[in-house]
Design a protein around this ligand. Structure first.
Ligand SMILES: Cc1cc2nc3c(=O)[nH]c(=O)nc-3n(C[C@H](O)[C@H](O)[C@H](O)COP(=O)(O)OP(=O)(O)OC[C@H]3O[C@@H](n4cnc5c(N)ncnc54)[C@H](O)[C@@H]3O)c2cc1C
Ligand code: SF4
Length: 512
């Protein structure tokens, strides 16, 4: 192997030919370095779909780089257990003078690489991740001097800065936000017939990865029987085109709706492709905006979709880098219950939880409201330690990367950050799930009941949560109506709820 001058480190979620790390690549003297390491799949007990997604996308990217004639040093699974060891081995062999990388998407990975570079006495050049529309420095500027951060204000700034859905400095349609049009449910007749999302049949590389994951990670949860995700840039573009043509127009109206055995509904399925950097968010935003400008999709749907990417996606990244590393340890509600074991199997008599978890293990996917208002809500009401909840979400979804998963889980869904991400805990009873889905019709529980043998666990735990945290919640104006409703419960009802909640915790608290 010839000596190389610079070793360009590419991580599993940096699969972008336009990456800043590759912009001055010198084919004569540089080499690209990539490594599959088991610790990435075991530090949280990752599902098979998540492991396979990262590995097959990495191997496809290796192909793309090699086709350009670029030298790629690639450690396949099993060569070295950790990044540090794999890197040390390559440095010993190739003796590079410099290491170059784009900033990692996970705080601890960045620290680990910096530490290893120092150990190896090699200069490490860390470049900005240009995939994002807002740099961490821009976000810091936005946050400076604000007592409270709110996504809506950040999003408006991003619209102004990028000119997306803007005309003459004003939001198109005369308003920033069409959220009130975006809360529809399907009604009794259900979502009706739709064109199924485009599938990507596993090619030879993916099949090889699937076989390897099934063998090497046999004990890990989930299955790869249905693996059909876009795993390279051209497939990701086809997936985007498919979404724009068949689902965008209805996205807004039904973005919060759920339906049994309908995992995709009108969602884009683009999160993993974007998070692994197979797809540029600018391209996604531009394609959606064009659809509205061409009169093919309503503004409410297009604005609702763009807000998720230009707003939420950029905002959570800003929050992550602003508040890490202490953010991951926050536990504002002092929740200490273990994660119930059924999160890893889907074996529960709660129909909504069974649907969401089974689908998660099968596809590595659940849409936002399933994550927030089913699995997330249950963990919040149950009082699971937010760190355990975070570890589960990071392990199970094909799009899970810590910068986006952690603020969504610990902040938005568990209120573990005490109000940085969300202005109030997202708490609701089983009646919310009944309104937004058909799950309750096939469940042995009754969403309206909080006590008794048919009481819905969500509803019991909802009232118990309010009772438990009443003094704290009272101080939050946005919770006032929910807290006021507690007055409707007399003493005997309160103690019946608390008794039932205690029994539920005992039943379900077999830890995973
Ligand atoms: C508890 C919890 C954990 C989550 N963990 C992740 C995660 O690990 N990775 C991840 O990408 N998203 C995560 N999300 C956000 C969101 O649920 C997913 O991005 C979305 O469900 C992915 O499916 P989709 O591509 O079909 O999205 P769509 O519903 O089609 O939305 C379009 C795109 O908007 C972006 N987006 C939407 N909502 C959010 C959000 N809240 N934060 C950031 N981006 C958003 C995504 O890039 C998504 O692809 C989480 C949400 C919750 C409540
Ligand atoms: S009754 Fe309760 S547990 Fe059953 S599906 Fe509805 S919300 Fe879920």
């Amino acid at each position: 192997m010839p000596r190389v001058s610079r070793l360009i480190l590419i991580l599993g979620d940096q699969l972008d030919l336009k990456s800043a790390a590759l912009e001055d690549f010198d084919v004569q003297t540089d080499a690209i370095w990539m490594a599959e390491v088991a610790e990435e799949s075991t530090k949280v007990w990752s599902t098979k779909p998540r492991i396979a997604m990262f590995l097959t996308a990495m191997r496809h990217f290796r192909e793309t780089l090699s086709e350009r004639g670029w030298q790629v040093i690639y450690h396949e699974m099993g060569t070295h257990p950790t990044f540090a060891e794999a890197l040390a081995a390559s440095v010993k062999e190739l003796k590079p003078q410099n290491l170059v990388m784009v900033h990692a998407g996970e705080w601890s990975v960045q620290r680990e690489i910096e530490k290893e570079a120092a150990m190896l006495k090699l200069p490490l050049e860390v470049r900005e991740d240009r995939h994002f529309l807002c740099t961490t420095a821009d976000f810091a500027k936005h946050a400076e001097g604000r007592k409270q951060l709110r996504m809506e204000f950040f999003y408006r700034e991003m619209r102004q800065r990028t000119g997306v859905l803007m005309e003459k400095g004003k939001p198109v349609g005369g308003q920033w936000n069409f959220d009130h049009d975006n809360r529809g449910s399907f009604g009794k007749e259900g979502p009706g017939l739709r064109v199924a999302p485009r599938r990507f049949k596993p090619d030879a590389i993916t099949q090889e990865v699937i076989a390897m994951v099934n063998k090497r990670f046999a004990e890990h949860p989930g299955t790869l029987d249905d693996f059909d995700w876009p795993v390279k840039a051209d497939e990701a573009r086809l997936a985007l085109a498919d979404f724009i043509e068949h689902r965008l127009a209805e996205f807004g109206q039904y973005q919060d709706a759920m339906w049994t055995n309908e995992p995709w509904l009108y969602h884009s399925r683009l999160s993993a492709a974007m998070n692994l950097k197979l797809l540029d968010p600018r391209e996604v935003i531009a394609a959606a905006e064009k659809e509205w400008r061409d009169g093919k999709a309503p503004l409410a749907a297009v604005e609702g979709f763009i807000r998720q990417i230009l707003g939420w996606r950029e905002y959570v990244r800003g929050i992550y880098w602003r508040f890490m590393p202490d953010y991951v340890g926050r536990n504002a509600m002092q929740a200490h219950e273990p994660l119930p074991e059924f999160y890893w199997t889907g074996e529960t008599d709660m129909a909504c939880m069974r649907d969401a978890i089974t689908q998660t293990l099968r596809y590595g996917y659940a849409h936002h409201i399933q994550r927030l208002m089913v699995t997330g809500l249950f963990a919040l009401l149950f009082g699971v330690d937010p760190r355990r909840v975070h570890e589960w979400y990071l392990a199970v979804y094909i799009d899970a990367v810590e910068w986006v998963e952690l603020p969504n889980t610990l902040g938005m869904s568990q209120y573990g950050d005490g109000g940085v991400m969300a202005s109030k805990p997202y708490v609701a009873s089983g009646k919310y799930i009944q309104r937004m889905s058909n799950c309750c019709a096939g469940c042995r529980y009754e969403p309206a009941q909080s006590t008794g043998p048919k009481a819905c666990p969500f509803t019991t735990l909802y009232w118990d949560y309010l009772l438990q945290h009443e003094p704290k919640l009272k101080t939050n104006q946005r919770m006032s109506m929910q807290v006021r409703n507690l007055a409707r419960l007399d003493e005997s009802k309160r103690s019946a709820i608390q008794k039932q909640a205690k029994a539920l915790r005992k039943t379900y608290s077999k830890a995973s």
